[in-house]
Ligand binder design. Structure first.
Ligand SMILES: [Mg+2]
Ligand SMILES: [Zn+2]
Length: 252
């Protein structure tokens, strides 16, 4: 189904994959990035800055930002400079704040039986510790893995895709696995590009928004998860009244 929706006098093409059926939230699956999408800051960057014993991470970060190296090479190099025990890292993670609407958003998703998951190029340990601290449990999380050897961190990358030069965890695989559903992606940065490019509906901010504008991929700009929740509530309301849901994603 293609819907041509006029917004601000412009014709905007939105193209959610609906297999010929009307857009239905219960046939959607929502993928959330973690750092700077669910959290208010980039937690992994903060961990590296805080616990690195030298400055080698700075050069790696610059090379990654210029797309000279992928996330896997960057993370492997950066983690070699980190010295932190499991206990110290856990304590630090207990200070991390979440987007103020995240809890309300997952309550809405659960109440309405809308499938969702967290997909991150950070580490499962980091994400689970933060969520646990906020009393949020039973959320599916797909991310890189971490092992502690005293104060050294040993990463592994179960979702590394040989064909992707960009990601350590190429999140696209989870969208492909759900391609029979309408896929909604919410993210902010470079690690979200592969997933956003193949999602039916994209909520984007910051670097991801800039990138999608550059390549003319339609998306919905969001400032925080409160605005994502508002869209979902609006769509749900229309669905309840059996009204047509028009998802308009502007290109810029
Ligand atoms: Mg992010
Ligand atoms: Zn990728």
């Amino acid at each position: 189904m293609k819907t041509l929706v006029p917004v601000n006098g412009q014709d905007i093409l939105s193209e959610p994959r609906t297999d010929g059926l009307p857009f239905n939230l219960s046939r959607c699956v929502i993928f959330f990035d973690f750092d700077n999408t669910i959290t208010q800051t980039d937690v992994l960057d903060e961990i590296i800055e805080r616990f690195a014993i030298d400055d080698r991470w700075v050069l790696l970060e610059k090379e990654w930002r210029k797309a000279k190296i992928g996330s896997k090479e960057c993370l492997e190099g950066q983690l070699q400079s980190i010295r932190v025990t499991r206990l110290t890292l856990s304590r630090y993670l207990s200070t991390v704040s979440l987007d103020s609407s995240f809890k309300q958003l997952i309550q809405f998703l659960r109440r309405n039986k809308i499938e969702f998951m967290v997909v991150s190029d950070s580490f499962s340990f980091v994400i689970h510790q933060i969520l646990k601290h906020h009393n949020i449990r039973h959320i599916p999380v797909y991310a890189n893995e971490l092992r502690f050897q005293k104060d050294h961190l040993i990463p592994t990358f179960p979702f590394f895709n040989q064909d992707c030069p960009r990601c350590a965890h190429c999140k696209k695989i989870h969208l492909k696995n759900n391609s029979h559903k309408t896929t909604i992606y919410v993210g902010d940065g470079r690690s979200d590009i592969c997933a956003a490019e193949c999602a039916d509906i994209v909520f984007a901010k910051d670097g991801l928004l800039d990138y999608l504008r550059k390549v003319n991929k339609p998306c919905i700009e969001f400032k925080n998860l409160g605005s994502v929740l508002s869209f979902l509530e609006q769509w749900k309301g229309k669905q309840m009244k059996r009204e047509t849901i028009e998802v308009s994603m502007p290109t810029y």
